[in-house]
Write a protein that binds this ligand. Structure first.
Ligand code: SF4
Ligand code: SF4
Length: 315
């Protein structure tokens, strides 16, 4: 293909409302050994799917044979402003309060991919929003969307912080690589490590099996004894490491950047007592939509019980 589609595709992504866009070469991630060691140490908890299709996760050219490029996009789901926690409530992580990011991102990426498939029938355009084994963060860094902090999250360029969800489009079309950001965003800072209620963070490594986000959303059954009084204020997910990060603090600039309204609208917290009393119909009404449906009724009730127990032991 002689035509350079880079500017057109990235501009179309911007017009679709993505806060950050960029492109990079489709090639293996730089340190697959670190991810494999993390898995082998059991830090993925029960998330067995992380170990499946490892070759694809390590190299987008395995998932899409002939892939030449990865287009990376990010939505900003919050401007990081603080919540006022009502008494007796447990908090919900900000990314989970409104619409489901899988659908919100896909419904803007797929039409463009479909149009490109029609225009260039010899090429492939595969949209991935947490639906395919791909190392989104690694590609997003290469594509200039930001840098990785010690909390292992992308710290977005332009003051967007880590209030970001990521998506990709892998294509066989060669595109120009966007300019990546240089340098370590953290320096001597360790605020996220200090702020983590469960000591899940080591520099550039999160032990998911200790992370409130994993334990309240993905982990089935009763968590280990050490965790029982440690969920802090969190009922579903956890934002503590992002809230602590100077790059993600709400400022006048960060408020001006704003956030995609599709991610707002749901409650910031729910009553612990009410969740403990939920029946199936209550779960359907309050949590069977968006990202919240990832935790079934029993897990919501277990989380509420853990929060209640934690508060009574620390009172
Ligand atoms: S999400 Fe919460 S528990 Fe998980 S690493 Fe961050 S601060 Fe720790
Ligand atoms: S809180 Fe500090 S150490 Fe953690 S990611 Fe942010 S800048 Fe880096």
């Amino acid at each position: 293909m002689s035509e350079d589609l880079t500017d057109e595709i990235l501009e179309r992504m911007r017009q679709a409302g993505f806060a950050l866009v960029g492109a990079c070469e489709a090639r293996p991630i730089d340190r697959p050994d670190l991810f494999e060691a993390w898995l082998q140490a059991g830090h993925g908890g029960e998330m067995d799917w992380l170990a499946a299709r490892l070759a694809e996760r390590m190299d987008p050219r395995v998932m899409v044979p002939g892939a030449r490029s990865v287009v990376c996009v990010a939505d900003r789901y919050s401007d990081g402003r603080a919540d006022r926690l009502e008494p007796g409530h447990g908090r919900i992580a900000r990314y989970a309060r409104g619409g489901d990011y899988h659908a919100i991102m896909r419904e803007r990426l797929e039409p463009l991919a479909e149009e490109l498939r029609d225009r260039f029938p010899g090429h492939r355009f595969r949209v991935c929003v947490d639906s395919a084994p791909i190392a989104e963060r690694d590609h997003a860094v290469r594509a200039g969307l930001g840098r990785i902090g010690k909390h292992t999250l992308l710290i977005g360029s332009g003051g967007t912080g880590s209030w970001l969800v990521l998506g990709c489009m892998v294509t066989t079309v060669p595109l120009r690589t966007s300019a990546a950001l240089a340098g370590d965003p953290c320096g001597a800072c360790t605020r996220c490590i200090q702020a983590c209620p469960t000591q899940a963070i080591e520099p550039w490594k999160v032990k998911a099996e200790r992370c409130i986000s994993y334990l309240t959303i993905e982990h089935a059954g009763e968590p280990a004894d050490w965790f029982r009084s440690r969920t802090d204020d969190w009922l579903f997910g956890c934002d503590a490491c992002i809230e602590a990060c100077p790059h993600s603090r709400p400022t006048r600039r960060s408020r001006r950047l704003g956030a995609n309204a599709a991610y707002a609208g749901g409650p910031a917290s729910l009553s612990i007592q009410e969740v403990l009393q939920w029946q199936a119909a209550d779960w359907e009404r309050h949590a069977a939509h968006g990202v919240l449906r990832r935790a079934p009724l029993e897990r919501w009730k277990r989380n509420a019980a853990l929060l209640q127990r934690g508060r009574s032991t620390t009172a």
